[in-house]
Design a protein around this ligand. Structure first.
Ligand code: 2AM
Length: 181
């Protein structure tokens, strides 16, 4: 049976993604993402059969939630110390609506027998992936942008996406868009 690599995300308005793409400091080993590759991952599911994907779609459609505003603020890295693997922008602190939506998405994922990542949720938008980059290389850029404020986004939908791995990077395709009430 066919299967797809799936994940659930909040997408960014195009103008916001474009302005985040413009932050690229063009450092060796730091691959800045294209605007269309930027999103906030709510749940990464890995390979999912077509049948389970359909069931998941039904559960996700049944989530009723209200739109909310989310700040995009502050650049950081994973891991937070040592050589960075990822550069991200955060969402500030204390966003009950975001955490509530994340919880309900995880419940939908569990309800169809999938195993979501049950580790603590660290909401972020990945901006760049790093290879063999020393902390010193990115330190000045991160210092300057530690409190960088990309403004508020209005979250009015979330998406079930498929991800195809290609030599040129991941290609993300929206499979289902789940609007708020
Ligand atoms: P990220 O949010 O840190 O970039 C699609 O691959 C999305 O799912 C990416 O945004 C990615 O992480 C997230 N993701 C989470 N866990 C993953 C994993 N084990 N493999 C690939 N992507 C993962």
């Amino acid at each position: 049976m066919s299967s797809k690599r799936l994940f659930i995300s909040i997408e960014l308005p195009e103008s916001v993604a474009r302005s985040l793409a413009e932050l690229d400091p063009c450092l060796r080993g730091v691959r800045w993402l294209e605007p269309r590759q930027m999103h906030l991952t709510l749940s990464f599911l890995g390979s999912v059969s077509a049948e389970t994907g359909k069931e998941l779609g039904k559960k996700l459609r049944a989530i009723s939630w209200k739109s909310f505003f989310l700040p995009l603020v502050g650049l950081g890295t994973f891991p937070s110390k040592g050589g960075p693997k990822i550069i991200w922008i955060g969402v500030g602190s204390g966003h009950p609506h975001l955490f509530q939506l994340h919880k309900r998405v995880q419940e939908a994922v569990l309800a169809v027998g999938l195993e979501p990542d049950l580790r603590a949720f660290h909401p972020h938008v990945t901006l760049a992936r790093c290879r063999d980059v020393s902390p010193q290389t990115v330190r000045p850029f991160l210092r300057t942008h530690a409190v960088f404020d990309a403004g508020l986004i209005r979250v009015e939908s979330f998406c079930l996406n498929s991800s195809e791995l290609t030599p040129a990077g991941s290609i993300y395709t929206p499979e289902l868009i789940l609007p708020s009430l």
